[in-house]
Ligand binder design. Structure first.
Ligand code: PEP
Ligand code: MN
Length: 337
C-alpha cells in the first residue's frame, strides 16, 4: 500500500506517517517528487488496520499496491530512478552503452577492447571473469586474474567496469575491482545470490531469466532492493521461444511494459538475444527506438578466435559503425549519445 500526501505536505506530517508505519513494525519507503510525496509501506499492511493512518494530517489518500514487488514498483516511486556512478549515470536520458568481450581472455584482449569501445562511445566495459557455461568443459573464466585486468582497463580508460558474479564468493572478490555487478540470466532466481548482491550496495545489472515472466523478473529485483540496495538496472537479453533462427527472442515489448511497471532503468542486450552478429545492429536500433536507457553489446578483437560467444560478437570496426548509426536513433528517442 502507498500513502499519498497532500501537495506541499509539511515535513512534520510526513514524519508522523513514517513513525506510525514503523511503530507497527513495518518499513516506510519515502519518495519525494516535485509535486507530491509518496510513502510506501513494506511488510504486512494488515498491521495498520486499526491505525487510522488515513486520518493523519495531510494524508490525501491510500492506494493498495496489489503487485508483490513494492520497492521496484512505479507506484512506490513515480519518478525514474537514475543510478549514479561518480559522473556516469544510468537512466538519466543519456544512452548508456556497455561493451566488451563475453569473457576476459587476456590483458591484451581486454585492454585493446577497452580502448576501442571507449573511442566509439561506450561508457562501460563489460567482460566475464566467472562464466556460467552450459558445459562444464567449456572455458570457465579467469576469475580474479581477469578482474585485475578490468581494474587496469578502468584506470587507463576511465570506463566504468561491469562483471558477472555467479556466487557469494565471486561477489566478495568482484566488489574489490568493479563498479557494477551483473547477475546473469541463469541466476535471475538464485535468491541467495540476489540477497548477497543486495547487501553490497554496489549497482547491479539484473538480466532477465531465460524463461522468466516480467513479474518474476521484477520480484527478483525486489530481492536485491529489499536488502537495501536500490541501485538495480534491468537487462532484457532475449527469452526462450519456439523460434530457432535466433539464439533467443528479443522481447522488445519488455521495454514499454517495464517503463510502466517500474522506475528502474532498462538496458537491452541484443547480442545474447540474437546470437548472430548480423542481427545485433538492427536489434540495438529497435531497442533505442523503443525507449531503452542503454545497451550491452559483445565486442571482441577477433570474434573468430573468441573463447565464448564469438558468433555474436562485433569487431571493433562493426561496433564503431553501430555507434555512429545509433546516434540519430538516440536523438529521435530523446537520448543523448
Ligand atoms: C553474458 O553477459 O556474457 C551472459 C552470460 O549473459 P546472459 O546471462 O544474458 O546469458
Ligand atoms: Mn556472452
Amino acid at each position: 500500500m502507498i500513502i499519498i500526501m497532500k501537495p506541499g505536505a509539511k515535513p512534520a506530517s510526513i514524519q508522523n506517517v513514517i513513525k506510525t508505519i514503523q511503530d507497527h513494525g513495518l518499513r516506510a519507503h519515502l519518495s519525494e517528487g516535485d509535486q507530491v510525496t509518496i510513502i510506501g509501506v513494506v511488510g504486512d499492511k494488515a498491521r495498520l488496520a486499526h491505525s487510522n493512518i488515513q486520518l493523519a494530517p495531510e494524508v490525501e489518500k491510500i492506494v493498495n499496491v496489489t503487485e508483490s514487488y513494492k520497492l521496484a514498483n512505479r507506484k512506490f516511486h513515480p519518478d525514474d530512478t537514475i543510478i549514479h556512478l561518480d559522473h556516469t549515470q544510468i537512466g538519466s536520458g543519456i544512452l548508456t552503452v556497455m561493451a566488451g568481450p563475453c569473457a576476459i581472455e587476456s590483458e591484451e584482449q581486454l585492454l585493446s577492447t577497452a580502448r576501442a569501445v571507449k573511442k566509439a562511445g561506450a561508457t562501460f566495459l563489460r567482460g566475464g571473469a566467472y562464466k556460467p557455461r552450459t558445459s562444464p568443459y567449456s572455458f570457465q573464466g579467469l576469475e580474479e586474474e581477469g578482474l585485475k585486468y578490468m581494474k587496469t582497463a578502468r584506470e587507463e580508460t576511465g570506463l566504468k567496469v561491469i562483471c558477472e558474479v555467479t556466487s557469494a564468493r565471486a561477489i566478495e572478490t568482484a566488489a574489490r575491482y568493479v563498479d557494477m555487478l551483473q547477475i546473469g540470466a541463469r541466476n535471475m532466481q538464485n535468491f541467495e545470490l540476489l540477497k548477497e548482491a543486495g547487501k553490497t550496495g554496489i549497482p547491479v545489472l539484473l538480466k532477465r531469466g531465460l524463461a522468466a515472466t516480467i513479474d518474476e523478473w521484477l520480484n527478483a529485483a525486489e530481492y536485491i532492493m529489499s536488502e537495501g540496495n536500490e541501485n538495480v538496472v534491468l537487462c532484457e537479453r532475449g527469452i526462450r521461444t519456439f523460434e530457432t533462427s535466433t539464439r533467443n527472442t528479443l522481447d522488445i515489448s519488455a521495454v514499454p511494459v517495464l517503463k510502466e511497471r517500474t522506475h528502474l532503468p532498462v538496458i537491452i542486450d541484443p547480442s545474447h538475444a540474437a546470437g548472430v552478429r548480423a542481427y545485433v545492429a538492427p536489434l540495438a536500433k529497435a531497442a533505442v527506438a523503443a525507449g531503452a536507457d542503454g545497451l550491452m553489446i559483445e565486442v571482441h578483437p577477433c570474434p573468430a578466435c573468441a573463447l565464448s560467444d564469438g558468433p555474436q560478437s562485433l569487431t571493433f570496426e562493426d561496433f564503431d559503425h553501430l555507434c555512429q548509426e545509433l546516434r540519430p536513433y538516440a536523438a529521435l528517442a530523446g537520448r543523448e549519445f
